[in-house]
Design a binder for this molecule. Structure first.
Ligand code: AKG
Length: 281
């Protein structure tokens, strides 16, 4: 029902992504934004307590494991905010249930040709007002040493708020996925090696200015990044990467199959629980 069309598959092949608008309606978005804030609040409250591990600093970036999620602190220290949390479903069922939503996973089945899928990673990115840019990067470069089946990985990014140039929407370089893994930056510390030197790529970056509820389905080698949030409101996205079935999650010793069983009265099944920690980027 939600499988990708021929035109979408062609776009994915040529550009490295395609977009669907109005995938989630306003009622769902209200719930999802509340879920995002619920997770963010639980994590911030737990930070100094027994549910929190030590803060690890790599270059100018701080990471921490809190309540079974791997947290990336906002680069802009003044905000005292958490920028990304992974995974999040064990902290709010509305996010866990989204992993089994056919509107997210069925287009992925068309892209990678896999009839069964498992979740590779799921992440909530909350960019507060004045939240810092996210440097240009490719997921593939970061994941190549941990994925059991790199080729089958497909990312989805769901906008929980409208994405605009002003609030730091995602920018992509169409066609950049065709270059495969590109060399990282050499002069930017440890993390620089994971960031793409865009001077080496031809092609113009474009902003994905999209209304809340839109989803971007994209290739692991698509070069993407985002800019500062210059507005007074948050820009929140939920990012899920799927892979072939029966494989381990990213940096988690556990598998999370996508539940494709039809749910009576709803396309969206009830949530299981998740636990554990993860990675960095
Ligand atoms: O949230 C963003 O602006 C960037 C998202 C992204 O590229 C990522 O999480 O890998």
């Amino acid at each position: 029902m939600y499988r990708a069309s021929e035109a979408e598959l062609k776009q994915y092949e040529d550009l490295g992504f395609f977009i669907r608008e109005n995938v989630f309606d306003e009622d769902e978005l209200v719930r999802l934004r509340a879920a995002a804030e619920n997770v963010h609040r639980q994590i911030v409250e737990a930070m100094g307590g027994p549910g929190a591990g030590p803060v690890d600093q790599v270059d100018n970036q701080k990471y921490q494991s809190v309540l079974g999620s791997r947290i990336k602190w906002e680069w802009n220290d003044d905000l005292r905010a958490v920028r990304s949390m992974e995974p999040t479903g064990h902290l709010d069922a509305s996010l866990e249930v989204l992993l089994d939503d056919p509107r997210l996973y069925q287009p992925v089945q068309s892209i990678n040709g896999c009839e069964t899928l498992s979740v590779f990673s799921d992440k909530l990115n909350v960019k507060r007002p004045s939240g810092a840019p996210f440097p240009w990067h490719q997921e593939g470069l970061y994941w190549e040493n941990g994925a059991e089946d790199l080729e089958s990985l497909v990312s989805t990014l769901t906008y929980l708020d409208d994405g605009t140039k002003e609030n730091g929407c995602l920018w992509v370089i169409p066609g950049s996925h065709k270059k495969g893994n590109l060399k990282g930056l050499e002069d930017r510390g440890v993390l620089g090696a994971l960031y793409t030197d865009v001077d080496l790529i031809e092609g113009e970056a474009i902003p994905t200015e999209l209304s809340a509820g839109s989803v971007l389905y994209f290739h692991r080698d698509l070069v993407h990044g985002s800019q500062t949030n210059r507005t007074t409101a948050s820009r929140r996205v939920f990012v899920v990467a799927y892979q072939a079935g029966n494989l381990h999650r990213w940096n988690i010793d556990r598998k999370r199959e996508v539940d494709m069983s039809p749910q009576p009265g709803s396309a969206r099944p009830a949530p299981p629980a998740a636990k554990e920690t993860v990675n960095d980027l």
